[in-house]
Write a protein that binds this ligand. Structure first.
Ligand code: R5P
Length: 296
């Protein structure tokens, strides 16, 4: 209890200064509760409004993945370069140090393996477990146009409702089936549905034509998905084009951890996302870091 003896009377009330309005730069977040805005700010760096998220949740449907054989060895050290980590709770609890400073986006849907129909997902995480591990968001796959479209959307809306109760945002992930084209028309449809149904963040693939319209038509931040491994310069070019078209950063997996030098690739991606470095310059940065790296 405060000591009342010798208490100095409070008088610096700045009566001429209007109450501060802390406007949030995150798209669509101005009317969210404080906890949700705070969690979003742990994913999207408030200095740039963008994120470099490292995705390594692939095991939830495809088991061991090249580059993810030992998450504790290969991925945990990359955490210091990431604004946020996107992973399963299994990977988190077994292989990621609790002292990590990165934001956390937890995989919350799953069910079928790569051997089955991938859209046949259910919710695979209780919100109180997300709270328990201090997640900053939960991620759910949404299969617009997929066989189990309606259920995947129900998964999304259930998590959004639970997320509001806990103050945890939801990242809706556009899952493009084999038969669906990754064009602006489809991606624009998918991201808009996901945002309108309540996700506070959306992750989607990049498309060469019309990506700025995909982003402009989505009332919440759009984060670019990485996709299959590309040559480093191509991946950096895609990331650069996406953020220049309005994306709030990237969520990349294989293009980071399957790179010959994942730490250097993360540094180069950060330069593109947060410093708006040209892809060619970022690639030069990647090359110089790789050439000077001491072999293990
Ligand atoms: C994407 O929908 C899933 O979350 C993936 O497991 C992961 O995020 C994919 O990352 P990338 O395509 O960049 O390897």
């Amino acid at each position: 209890m405060a000591d009342l003896d010798g208490n100095v009377s409070a008088k610096n009330f700045h009566p001429d200064v209007p109450a501060q309005r802390f406007t949030h730069e995150i798209r669509g977040a101005a009317n969210l509760d404080w906890g949700m805005q705070n969690r979003l700010a742990r994913i999207l760096d408030p200095r740039t409004g963008r994120t470099v998220m490292l995705a390594f949740d692939h095991g939830y449907f495809q088991g061991p993945t090249s580059g993810l054989e030992r998450i504790d060895v290969n991925i945990a050290p990359l955490g210091e370069h990431a604004d946020a980590l996107m992973c399963t709770r299994g990977a988190l609890r077994t292989s990621i140090p609790p002292a990590t400073r990165a934001g956390l986006v937890l995989r919350a849907s799953g069910g079928p393996s790569v051997l089955k129909e991938l859209s046949d997902e259910n919710i695979a995480l209780a919100m109180d477990d997300a709270v328990r591990v201090n997640a900053d968001a939960v991620a759910v796959q949404v299969f617009v146009g997929g066989e189990h479209e309606t259920r995947s959307i129900r998964n999304l809306t259930t998590l959004v409702d639970e997320g509001y109760r806990a103050g945890i945002p939801v990242l809706g992930v556009t899952a493009v089936g084999k038969e669906l084209t990754r064009d602006a028309r489809y991606l624009g449809l998918a991201v808009r549905i996901i945002a309108e149904l309540g996700a506070q963040l959306v992750k989607t693939y990049y498309c060469e034509e019309g990506f700025e319209e995909v982003v402009a038509g989505c009332p919440v931040p759009v984060i670019m998905a990485g996709g299959k491994k590309l040559p480093e310069l191509d991946a950096l070019t895609m990331a650069s084009r996406a953020v220049r078209a309005g994306a709030a950063g990237v969520d990349m997996g294989r293009n980071i951890f399957q790179s010959a030098n994942p730490a250097a690739m993360m540094t180069a991606v950060r330069a593109v996302v947060h410093d708006d470095l040209d892809a060619a310059d970022a690639h030069e940065l990647y090359r110089s870091m790789t050439e000077t790296a001491v072999p293990a």
